[in-house]
Design a protein around this ligand. Structure first.
Ligand code: 4NP
Length: 159
């Protein structure tokens, strides 16, 4: 374990079964590849709790697995009191998630749109909800989330 306190990173979407579990799994994978996984306290959650207790959507897991990434997430609802104390970086996937977090009292200086770390994005850019679409939506989400995870890690550590 690293001597410094871990950096808490929380990925947030609506249902916590598609976008934020992909972001969490990709961030774990990328941090592990760089040898810095032990520097982080990583989790994901949803602003809604309808899917609490569920693994990530099978389409999300299939897309991630085909790229060599496991998704360990079990869905849970945001717990504002605990989560806003625990996490240093709170990363909503879209503007609605961001608005909900701020309305619930998230410290604004800790909240950043996920794709603010995606160098290819036209800002402000969102990670679109793939739930009602096909497999290509999940591929698209995976690609943009991976760019953002790499961009975030590049900002935190010299690449
Ligand atoms: P997510 O996608 O926010 O990326 O996990 C969704 C999953 C489920 C629902 C909405 C969005 N839903 O309404 O059940």
């Amino acid at each position: 374990m690293h001597k410094d306190a871990p950096i808490g990173v929380l990925f947030v979407c609506l249902g916590n079964i598609c976008r934020s579990p992909i972001a969490e799994g990709v961030f774990i994978h990328e941090a592990h590849e760089r040898g810095v996984l032990d520097r982080f306290d990583i989790d994901s959650c949803g602003t809604g709790g309808w899917h609490a207790g569920e693994r990530a959507d099978p389409r999300a897991r299939a897309t991630a697995n085909s790229r060599g990434v496991e998704l360990p997430s079990i869905a849970r609802k945001l717990d504002p009191r605990k989560d806003f104390a625990r996490f240093h970086l709170i990363l909503p996937m879209d503007q609605q998630n961001m608005d909900d977090l701020l309305r619930l009292g998230a410290p604004a200086e800790r909240v950043r749109l996920m794709r603010s770390f995606d160098a290819t994005a036209e800002h402000p850019a969102e990670v679109p909800d793939p739930y009602y679409g096909g497999a290509e939506g999940f591929e698209n989400v995976f690609d943009m989330v991976r760019r953002a995870c790499r961009g975030l890690l590049n900002q935190l550590f010299v690449p």
